[in-house]
Design a protein around this ligand. Structure first.
Ligand code: ADP
Length: 268
């Protein structure tokens, strides 16, 4: 193919009569792409860590010098330093989550999880943040006894990330929601399934960005994500966890109307 990268191997043939050479061609596109992705990832992580580190070094310098005897400035700078340290903490925590999910990708999680109960508990943890942001959270169909098989901590992380995003990016619509829909049969999962919709009525996402949302460090608006304390890893983690649970993720978004992230999981 046009975009295929071939690696040629040549070896002398041990044929008694002739002096043949065996040439074989190996498609190394995937291998090279994986190498490139790893390099990009390391470059991204370094950049993301360097930004708060630069800020911290700068403020330490300022505290030693100009702001030394200015109590008000000192307090303000310490606050910023605290925020930057928290950002680094979140980044490292997300990197660890991602690496853990990836290393477990082939191991099937086995615990029985009451999905309705889990969703209620996730929504409860956000009640304060939602009130502060002036957002109401609606729930529908989150009945007890809807079971899935999985890793409870990872399942919690999926919905924590999605609800947090709905408040952060879709909160302008003032209402967000979590709905569970029971499906007799999901064609892709080939069996009974539960679909959890996490929806918002925010500004939506341009279709151009939708296919790339689950890429590591991909953000529609980097400045905004950073200002809101985002690491750019939330949806990458979500995607990996869902894939580990044999589920799938769907994104439906209409600019100006809102966004729905649907998590479809095999029913236990
Ligand atoms: P971040 O840490 O930046 O929030 P995520 O991986 O969770 O990283 O999300 C990636 C990007 O997807 C966000 O930066 C944001 O631009 C976009 N996004 C996620 N959820 C929503 C949503 N509900 N509405 C609009 N945009 C969203």
């Amino acid at each position: 193919g046009r975009d295929t990268i071939w690696k040629a191997h040549a070896a002398p043939l041990g044929v008694p009569a002739g002096r043949g050479v065996l040439v074989s061609l190996e498609d190394t596109t995937a291998m090279l792409e994986a190498g490139q992705m790893r390099r990009d990832f390391v470059a991204n992580v370094s950049h993301e860590l360097r930004t708060p580190l630069t800020a911290l070094s700068g403020f330490i310098e300022t505290l030693r010098g100009a702001a030394r005897d200015d109590a008000v400035a000192r307090e303000r700078f310490l606050e910023i330093m605290e925020r930057e340290a928290a950002r680094m903490n979140r980044l490292v925590a997300d990197l660890l989550s991602l690496s853990r999910v990836e290393s477990e990708e082939r191991i099937r999680p086995t615990e029985a999880i009451d999905l309705g109960g889990l969703l209620h508990s996730v929504v409860n943890t956000f009640s304060e943040l939602a009130t502060e942001a002036g957002v109401t959270i609606e729930t529908e169909g989150t009945d007890p006894g809807l079971m899935v098989t999985g890793d409870p901590d990872q399942m919690r992380q999926v919905f924590t990330n999605l609800v947090e995003n709905a408040i952060k990016y879709g909160g302008t619509g003032k209402v967000i929601g979590v709905s569970v829909i029971q499906k007799e049969r999901d064609p892709a999962l080939r069996g009974p399934a539960l679909r959890v919709d996490v929806w918002d009525r925010g500004e939506g996402i341009d279709p151009l960005h939708v296919p790339r949302l689950t890429e590591r460090f991909y953000r529609v608006d980097s400045h905004r994500s950073r200002a809101l304390g985002g690491t750019g890893l939330g949806l990458a983690i979500v995607k990996h966890i869902i894939s580990r649970h044999r589920g799938r993720l769907r994104v439906d978004s209409t600019p100006g109307e809102g966004t729905t992230f649907s998590v479809i999981l095999p029913r236990a």
